[in-house]
Design a protein around this ligand. Structure first.
Ligand code: AP5
Length: 215
């Protein structure tokens, strides 16, 4: 199964993708994570992307689609893909169609996480991840069971993203409204969009996504 998780910054795409990976053995393809890894490694892609990401703007379609193609090629043909943060523009929708068709894959579901924008700044500015395994947490909504210790790997090192500040979040939201929300009608016309209430608690959102995938 191949699915897209769609929603504005902080909607819960990454949180839900991690859960689906653990439960169903699917692969999370997060262009944001791929770009952050490229920035950290100082690759040519990372050098191009760094300042754009710090401003909260979108990186070029060509770069992100190439990254997705490489990840798809590295996956076994039977492993399902969860697209997290991709596609984000009409051009990326076209590229994804081609990337999937070339590999004999089809898109099963587009799950839109519907959220109240006012809540997103709080969600994003309170977010942190384990520096070792990448598990996501939140100061208020998802704390480690033992304070300061990662539930998953036991690490005591955590990190926050440089673009998780209020000013950049506002730009990221504006980019979403201008360039990403307009792709929904394309998928609506194919009859594969399910809307899930992303304001429900994290477990309820997971359950709603699983119902969609089962149905
Ligand atoms: P990216 O990394 O994709 O960031 P984003 O889309 O802004 O999404 P986030 O990761 O911020 O949010 P999320 O929906 O995953 O929320 P999360 O689950 O963490 O992109 C970063 C940048 O890279 C972009 O700005 C752009 O520059 C570039 N880029 C990436 N992809 C690109 C592309 N395709 N094209 C061009 N450029 C691209 O949840 C947030 C917090 O809320 C967490 O702490 C979580 O615990 C909490 N939370 C989650 N769900 C709930 C809930 N139901 N209730 C309460 N709290 C919750």
């Amino acid at each position: 199964m191949n699915i897209i998780l769609l929603g504005p910054p902080g909607a819960g795409k990454g949180t839900q993708a991690q859960r689906l990976v653990e439960k169903f053995g699917m692969r999370q393809l997060s262009t944001g994570d791929m770009l952050r890894a490229a920035v950290k490694a100082g690759t040519p892609v990372g050098l191009q992307a760094k300042a754009v990401m710090e401003r909260g703007e979108l990186v070029s379609d060509e770069i992100v689609s190439a990254l997705i193609g490489e990840e798809l090629d590295a996956m076994g043909p039977d492993t399902g893909a969860i697209f997290d943060g991709y596609p984000r523009t009409a051009a990326q929708v076209e590229s994804l169609d081609k990337l999937l068709a070339d590999r004999g894959r089809t898109l099963d579901h587009v799950i839109e996480l519907e959220v109240d924008e006012d809540a997103l700044v709080e969600r994003i500015c309170g977010r942190f991840t384990c520096a070792n395994c990448g598990k996501g947490y939140h100061d208020k909504f998802e704390q480690p069971k033992q304070p300061g210790v990662c539930d998953k790997c036991g690490s005591t090192e955590f990190k926050r993203r440089p673009d998780d500040n209020e000013e950049t979040v506002r730009t990221r939201m504006a980019e979403y409204r201008a360039k990403t929300a307009p792709i929904l009608p394309i998928y609506d016309a194919r009859g594969i969009v399910t809307r899930v209430n992303g304001m429900a608690d994290i477990d309820h959102v997971t359950a709603a996504i699983e119902r969609t995938m089962a149905g």
